[in-house]
Design a protein around this ligand. Structure first.
Ligand code: BGC
Length: 546
């Protein structure tokens, strides 16, 4: 036989094998081939049987392809364009608060603070002692489980009020029930349209909450006070801050140089102290002229989770997650990097691996069939397990899920590799967005130089004395950035590389003082920041009346 004929025969044999494998897959997994609209089930690109290794290779290629430094810089530049445009007109993001004064660290007092997070509600009594020192005197935490998330509209505030009443009754019989209203500060881990330091309008909420159903546009403080009244409480909300702003405030109380904060937990966000004149006038709503006379900078809640759409590449699993989400396209960055979604992305990859590469012997445990049934804490655990046998990971999987046969070591290795790949991309995308915000800040704070002018080969002169002000220590809080093994370091490494490149463009990479970005822990910052928010509001009121 001639060589070309042998080649043709081989091709035909391969074709028959593929057709046979396809028929077998259709018979074994009919569910894969239902609903090809892209809405229901995600489409499986490779219906042919694969090995776990080749599947893991594909996952790795898809997730890591966007992460070259050059690509990240390009994405950062494009995200910056989205930031700029939102700063002028978006009603959903780049939201200026009323807080223009950062704390001095000398504020004192004891305050009740509320923290509505993505998965926990906390009520606390906080003492600010001056000298940048503060303490949580008492705290009560309640898990916000799925049933609570599904409380529609005002029912959620009634649930909150019950918890507030229970905590206050522990402080004292009459606490919150006296004739003078008890003052409270609120940290809210959702967008708000601020209407004063102590009030704001509800905007659509992500993270699976239904509380914004029917309450969008209503005043958040009023909703809480009304529900508290039903519990016989006499309270008033004196400060409302987004949790990212709370993080900034809490760290600034101890370190007055703080200008930016980051949350990465169930959700993600950045708050930044930003020049007022760089923000479109329409974004401020109706504010007294005196506010504008005083405020040179203001804390902006960037709602960074909402950026990156059409810029950060998505894999087929991201596309599926997005298209089946309660709010598709609402928070593109969040859907690829936060605690609420990392587990789900890994689960979707597992579903496909079970069906096409015989992960877990080809059987997906029942307990993993529901969306969001694979918790990010397991992803983190798997990644932290560096043992050859991965036996503690196997034990955890078996404890949390219903395997008929224990996962093999090969399964576990595949899974660990997938977890690493998914979280590595998250760290890269987060670093890209942070770098973008850093560049934006430098662009507006130091308008005489920018990376753009460097690109167009204009003479740029960044004076050495500016280096420190260009550097940013970012206050960080949230379960993923604080607890996910190696996440912060990976993000920090990307940031190091990205700032190096930017400094190079500006011709300043060699200086010992070259500007940098560093990620600093700010533990308990949401609850502490809510108290600092009240203290700052009180200080502002006092300075107003002078
Ligand atoms: C919310 C933000 C919040 C962030 C971190 C996002 O989903 O939209 O308002 O700050 O999560 O909790």
């Amino acid at each position: 036989m001639t060589a070309p004929l042998i080649k043709v025969l081989h091709k035909m044999q391969e074709l028959f094998q593929n057709v046979f494998a396809a028929l077998e897959t259709i018979l074994l997994f009919p569910s894969l081939f239902r609903n090809h609209s892209g809405k229901g089930r995600f489409q499986v690109a490779y219906w042919r049987r694969r090995t776990l290794d080749s599947f893991a290779d594909e996952v790795e290629t898809l997730f890591s392809a966007p992460l070259s430094t050059r690509n990240m810089l390009t994405m950062s530049e494009k995200i910056r364009e989205q930031f700029r445009s939102s700063l002028q007109s978006s009603p959903m993001s780049m939201l200026p608060s009323y807080t223009h004064m950062l704390p001095s660290g000398t504020e004192k007092g004891t305050f009740v603070a509320l923290d509505v997070g993505g998965s926990t509600f906390r009520v606390a009594l906080i003492e600010l002692r001056g000298n940048g020192k503060m303490e949580i005197l008492r705290v009560k935490s309640d898990c916000i489980d799925n049933n609570v998330k599904l409380l529609d509209g005002t029912l959620f505030f009634d649930w909150m009020a019950e918890k507030i009443a229970s905590m206050l009754s522990e402080v004292g019989e009459n606490c919150g029930r006296e004739s003078t209203p008890l003052s409270m500060g609120l940290s809210w881990s959702f967008p708000i349209e601020q209407t004063s330091v102590s009030s704001g309008l509800v905007i659509h909420m992500g993270k699976g909450f239904l509380c914004s159903n029917g309450t969008v546009g209503q005043e958040l403080g009023d909703l809480i006070v009304r529900s508290c009244r039903k519990q016989g409480l006499n309270v008033q909300v004196d400060a409302i801050v987004n949790d990212s702003s709370a993080t900034l405030l809490s760290r600034a109380y101890g370190d007055p140089k703080t200008r930016m904060s980051l949350i990465l937990g169930t959700g993600t966000n950045v708050a930044i102290h930003f020049p007022v004149h760089e923000i479109g006038l329409a974004k401020f709503g109706v504010r007294p002229q005196e506010w504008f006379d005083r405020a040179k900078h203001v804390i902006v809640n960037s709602e960074m989770s909402m950026f990156g759409g059409g810029i950060l590449p998505m894999t087929r699993w991201d596309e599926y997650l997005n298209s089946t989400h309660l709010r598709p396209d609402y928070q593109p960055l969040e859907y690829m990097i936060t605690g609420r979604y990392l587990g789900e992305i890994v689960r979707l990859i597992m579903v496909e691996a079970v069906e096409t590469a015989r992960l877990f012997g080809g059987e997906l445990p029942h307990s993993m069939r529901e969306p969001y049934s694979f918790d990010t804490s397991i992803v983190a655990f798997l990644e932290a397990d560096t043992s050859a046998s991965l036996s503690s990971s196997a034990a955890l999987l078996q404890k949390e899920h219903t395997f008929h046969v224990s996962p093999s070591v090969e399964d576990l290795r595949f899974l660990r590799r997938v977890c690493q790949t998914v979280s590595e991309r998250a760290a890269g995308y987060l670093a890209t967005a942070i770098h973008s915000m850093w560049c934006l800040r430098n662009e507006v704070e130091f308008p005489h130089t920018s990376t753009t002018s460097a690109k167009t080969n204009q003479q740029v002169t960044v004076v050495e004395s500016e280096d420190q002000s260009r550097s940013l220590s970012i206050a960080c809080d949230g379960s993923v950035i604080n607890k996910y093994p190696g996440f912060r370091d990976r993000c920090q490494n990307h940031l190091k590389q990205l700032t190096k490149e930017t400094n190079m463009l500006l011709g300043i990479e060699d200086r010992a003082t070259a500007p940098y970005i560093s990620l600093e822990f700010a533990p308990e910052s949401a609850i502490l920041g809510a108290a600092v928010g009240v203290a700052v509001a009180v200080a502002e009121k006092q300075s107003d009346s002078k």
